[in-house]
Design a protein around this ligand. Structure first.
Ligand code: AMP
Length: 579
């Protein structure tokens, strides 16, 4: 078995690794460290977060720093501020016993003045930076890259997805004495290839196996709202999910208490569950929750540990947890026993970076969803109620007694009018509540999705009227599309399965054919309807869909098509009809 001692690393680095308790090098470390220590070479390493990649480039990088040279010798570029900070923290640990090595992290979102002052001290040999902030510092002549020998592009695919391509180009062009470029990326794509072709010399390639991507039954969504509208956003999401059986997570006991009390006051069937409640009370809450007397509980992480329920439909992060690992624990409460589930996170635009952090750590992918507007909530509740009427099985004899009087009373009223009045009575509170309801979405466009969408001009997003309610999952949907149209499963991408509907991408030239082939089919007895989704920038997963194309509408709507109303989180304004 290989050990860190065998890699030829400086003694003080081996000592630091031991102090950290790393006994065995991870696969990416075994491949990359000896190579990078012994040779001056470019490298492309395919490895995800969690594989030990930071040490895989960090240890050889620190090994090669000359402590007697005070200039910037190495540069690490990373996509986000959080990752920058993480790398910096790891580097500080690795160089704990190394004298005269100074590392500095520079990233956006914090005052540039402090960073300039730190750089001006002139003893920083390793700069860990986000591309945007580094360019800013270069333009202010606050940093000198003329002596940089090593550059690491960490999470290169993510940086390119985030639109840093020009910045990376600029930085690479402005490092004249660069001897080696180490590119680390979770995936290899055309953009990453382009960078490697243009700026790297005969790079060696190393890769580690892709890790398990987590529970694929869970749809991870996030909603961007303003801090002061967090509670309203929660209410709206709850109203849009009439059948929810969920857990709402807060960070503190006080928040759990406050949020549950406020929800109760608004008429929701919820309860708090946190450590300030005595055990007897907590047990009682859990019993009632299991009997479905509560539609949701508002819990802290610690208190929720004891929850052992299999049918949770939604996990809602009222606030994201500090630790990404906690996110995985929370989301794992849903999507159990082969069922699908949704994990929704409410964030402010400042917290988007945390979403990316969780994505990396939990190896998952989030979809940005829009908080529904008032009309969408009303519509959703209307269709939900219609479904309930259809499914209702009144007790035998009920209504028989009054049949005659009822007939007499409504003899003159036609059926449509009667239905209209009944529905109004049922929904009028919701309608009134949601009259002039404000838009709770904070303006934020997912640049990554925008880029991906625009990059994929050759692919078209389709809406399909089947979802988890029909027993669909990502896999079964791909299989269904492939079987019904005879296309390769690989041609179906970016599948998002929602409760009542789903979205997926197919190659543009096959759209017509695929939509027509599917339009005549049934999925678990539901007649399938396919429409082209609207690919406007900022759309994500289920948001926005275009006008149905007539040619896709084979067979039209059937009676039980209520539930097939697209479940949409969309910001696209509909005609000014509040229903
Ligand atoms: P990374 O993939 O760089 O984000 O690393 C994931 C985590 O694994 C970090 O917390 C590291 O400190 C830790 N780690 C890295 N290498 C090792 C190792 N050889 N043994 C144990 N833990 C490690």
């Amino acid at each position: 078995m290989t050990t860190f001692q065998e890699f030829g690393l400086k003694e003080e680095l081996v000592q630091a690794v031991q102090a950290l308790g790393f006994t065995t090098p991870s696969p990416i470390q075994q491949q990359a460290i000896p190579l990078l220590v012994q040779e001056t070479t470019d490298i492309i390493a395919l490895a995800q977060t969690g594989t030990g990649k930071t040490a895989a480039f960090g240890l050889p990088l620190l090994h090669k720093i000359d402590p007697n040279d005070q200039g910037v010798q190495a540069l690490v570029l990373s996509p986000t501020r959080e990752l920058c900070m993480q790398i910096q923290e790891e580097f500080v640990k690795y160089s704990k016993f190394s004298r005269g090595i100074h590392t500095l992290a520079v990233y956006g979102g914090t005052p540039i003045g402090t960073q300039i002052r730190e750089l001006k001290r002139g003893n920083v040999q390793v700069v860990v930076a986000t591309p945007g902030r580094l360019i800013d510092l270069l333009e202010r002549n606050a940093v000198n890259l003329e002596e940089v020998k090593m550059i690491v592009l960490d999470e290169a695919d993510e940086m390119l997805n985030m639109g840093f391509r020009d910045d990376i180009d600029f930085i690479l062009k402005n490092t004249p004495v660069r001897e080696s470029t180490w590119l680390f990326s979770a995936t290899m794509n055309a953009d990453v290839r382009r960078i490697s072709k243009r700026y790297m010399k005969a790079p060696k390639e190393v890769a580690v196996a892709k890790e398990n991507a987590g529970n694929e039954n869970i749809d991870h969504q996030y909603f961007v709202t303003h801090a002061h509208q967090r509670f309203d956003a929660l209410r709206r999401i709850l109203d849009f999910a009439p059948d929810i059986y969920g857990i709402i997570f807060t960070r503190t006991k006080q928040d759990a208490q406050d949020v549950s009390e406020k929800l109760m006051r608004e008429g929701y069937h919820v309860s708090a569950l946190h450590g300030d409640m005595d055990q007897k009370m907590r047990t009682k809450v859990m019993e009632r929750f299991k009997r479905r007397q509560f539609q949701a509980i508002v819990a802290t992480d610690v208190a929720a540990r004891g929850i052992d329920v299999n049918d949770i439909t939604h996990v809602i992060n009222y606030e994201l947890p500090e630790d990404p690992e906690v996110y995985t624990h929370r989301s794992g409460r849903t999507g159990r026993a082969g069922k699908s589930g949704v994990c929704m996170s409410l964030v402010t635009s400042r917290e988007i970076g945390r979403i990316r952090q969780v994505e990396r750590m939990a190896k998952t992918r989030f979809h940005k969803s829009d908080i529904p507007d008032g009309a969408e909530v009303v519509r959703k509740r209307l269709f939900h109620f219609l479904d309930k009427i259809e499914e209702a099985q009144p007790e035998h004899g009920f209504g028989e007694i009054y049949k005659k009087s009822i007939h007499e009373k409504f003899e003159a009223m036609d059926k449509d009018e009667l239905i209209n009045r009944l529905l109004w009575l049922q929904l009028k509170d919701t309608i009134k509540d949601y009259e002039n309801a404000p838009d709770l979405n904070a303006g934020y466009t997912d640049r990554r999705v925008e880029r991906e969408t625009s990059n994929r001009s050759g692919s078209v997003r389709l809406f399909i009227n089947i979802g988890t309610k029909d027993g669909a999952s990502v896999d079964s949907l791909i299989q269904f599309v492939a079987e019904m149209t005879d296309i390769e499963p690989g041609m179906v991408s970016r599948v998002t399965v929602r409760e009542l509907s789903s979205f997926f991408n197919v190659p543009a030239d096959a759209v017509e054919f695929i939509a027509e082939s599917l339009g005549q089919r049934k999925f678990n007895n539901r007649k399938v309807r396919v429409e082209e989704a609207d690919n406007k920038p900022g759309f994500s997963g289920g948001s926005g869909y275009g006008k149905p194309r007539d040619s896709y509408r084979k067979g039209g709507y059937e009676k039980k098509d209520y539930g097939s109303e697209p479940h949409k989180f969309t910001r696209a304004r509909k005609p000014q009809n509040k229903y």
